[in-house]
Structures are given as C-alpha cells and as structure tokens.
Design a protein around this ligand. Structure first.
Ligand SMILES: Nc1ncnc2c1ncn2[C@@H]1O[C@H](COP(=O)(O)OP(=O)(O)OP(=O)(O)O)[C@@H](O)[C@H]1O
Length: 269
C-alpha cells in the first residue's frame, strides 16, 4: 500500500496564554485510495488539523508529509497543490462568473495551455455530474450543486487527497446522499484519497477508517463498525440503529454491524 499522508506528533496551540494545547501529539497515516473520516465534538481540533495539513498554520512540533514530501516553508505550496480542500460554505469559495470559469480558476496560475485547461475542467465537471450547468452562474445553484462545483474546482487541480471540512453540513439529506455516492464512485474510479472531517454518521459510515478526536488528541481509531460499537456517545448510522432496535424488540437479526446495503439485502430476503 502506498502511504499518501503521514502526520507525526503534531502539536499546535492557538492561544499561547492557555495551558492546554489545541492539538497534542496527533499522529496518523492515510493510504492511497483510502477514505479517512475524522470525527469529534465541537472544539476538539479537527479544523485546526485541516489548516495544518494544507500549511495554513505552522505546527509547534511534529511533521506532515504528503507523497513523501515533508512540509516546510519551502514545500508548503507544493503540498497545498496535492491537497484539494473544500469547506462548508461553497458560496464563499466562488470567484468565477460561470461554473466553468470557477472550476478553471485554480488552474489559471499553473501555466497551463488553454486546451489542457479545458480538458481538466471538462473532466472535473463530468466527475461531479455538473457538465450541463457549465454556463450557469454559480450563485444561482442549489447548495448541493454549489458544493459539487467547489469539489470540481478542487478535483481539476488533480490533488492526491481531497480534504472535506464539514463540506456537507449545509446540504439537505438528499443532496448529501447524492454527493456521498458521487465521492464513493470517484474513490473507486480515480483511486482518490479522501479525508472528511464530519459530524455526519452517514459520511462516517462510508469511510474505510475513522479517527476520533477529543480535546486535541486522537483518542480512538478503527473501522466505522468498530467505532460505532465502541463509542456509545456517537449515534450509529440508520441501518445499524434499525438492527439494534429490532434486536431490542426480540426480533432475530444478524449479530454483526450492518451497513445500509447489507440491511437492505437482509430485509429483501
Ligand atoms: N483562530 C483561532 N484563535 C484562537 N483559538 C482558536 C482559533 N480557531 C480555533 N480555536 C480554538 O481551538 C480549539 C479547536 O477548534 P477547532 O475549530 O479546530 O475544532 P473543531 O473540532 O473543528 O470544532 P467544530 O466541530 O466546532 O468545527 C477550540 O477551542 C477553538 O475555540
């Protein structure tokens, strides 16, 4: 397996007057093509971690490397190009007057030919199913469509990693579900590595591995199944909750954790 991101003993403090660190000795790795979900209560340090990963903040201690490149003042721009960051408010990220201008924006500083740029924009719009909106004004789109365009803008830069910081929080449940399916497909077809910072159980459930943060530390990590079983404070996804409810009612249900697909298959049988 190829190690795409390596975070070692990351320590950071926003406010030097405070005794406790915002992040203490955070370490983890992400493999190529893996989907890592980072969860934790408000204020546990998830967004601070995201800002460190793209070099917007500088750690007090510790090291970040992406594709084997260690983050320093000199390499941070190169690393930032490897990590496509999408935030929660897509409308704050729009610059272009049409969807395609917006997706092309990040490419304009890369000294790329018009043809290459056009190919990248076409591919990125196709990946998020937004080709038919290419001449629309981004601000007239729905929340889900805006977030798709923001993701296309990040994908056009061909990042090694897509980093989503609460990127679905403003979306309605249907748009969330649609976009999650799109990302699940892209992970497979493009071997895309995804890191998603989230409070959403469904987003957590589709990941390969979950990191749980508390007061600036990583306190647990494991498969979604392990984490939903171990962390009682976290509500499990719908299918697993249904399995537990049926079991509590004395129904004969499978004894192991079930994903939505597994539950559907079992119910159909
Ligand atoms: N710019 C800042 N200056 C000072 N303190 C900050 C700053 N940004 C965040 N903090 C503090 O650092 C801690 C971690 O915040 P952070 O936003 O990283 O947590 P989070 O897990 O992303 O929370 P949420 O889920 O609410 O987004 C919090 O106590 C927060 O108040």
């Amino acid at each position: 397996m190829v190690q795409q991101l390596e975070v070692e003993n990351l320590t950071f403090q926003h406010d030097q007057r405070l005794n406790s660190k915002t992040l203490s000795n955070v370490s983890f790795t992400v493999q190529k093509g893996e989907w890592l979900a980072i969860i934790g209560h408000n204020g546990s340090g998830k967004s601070t971690l995201a800002q460190l990963l793209v070099g917007l903040l500088v750690p007090e201690n510790g090291q970040i490397s992406a594709d084997g490149l260690i983050m320093t003042e000199d390499t941070k721009w190169e690393i930032r190009r490897k990590i496509g960051l999408v935030f929660q408010n897509p409308e704050n990220q729009f610059i272009g007057s049409t969807v395609q201008d917006d997706v092309a924006f990040g490419l304009e500083n890369l000294n790329m030919s018009y043809n290459e740029m056009k190919i990248r924009v076409d591919e990125a719009l196709e990946m998020v199913n937004m080709t038919r909106f290419r001449f629309h004004e981004p601000t007239n789109l729905s929340g889900g469509q805006m977030q798709r365009v923001a993701i296309a803008g990040a994908l056009a830069l061909k990042p090694s990693i897509l980093l989503l910081d609460e990127a679905f929080v403003m979306l309605d449940p249907l748009s969330r579900k649609d976009l999650l399916e799109t990302l699940e497909n892209l992970k497979i077809t493009e071997d895309l590595t995804i890191i998603s910072i989230t409070h959403d159980v469904n987003e957590t459930a589709v990941s390969d591995r979950v990191l749980v943060m508390e007061s600036g530390e990583v306190v647990n990590s494991g498969s979604p199944e392990e984490i939903f079983l171990a962390e009682q404070a976290i509500d499990p996804p719908f299918a697993e909750q249904l399995r537990r409810d049926l079991m509590a009612k004395g129904r004969s249900v499978p004894e192991t954790y079930m994903t939505e697909r597994e539950m559907l298959g079992w119910l159909c049988k």
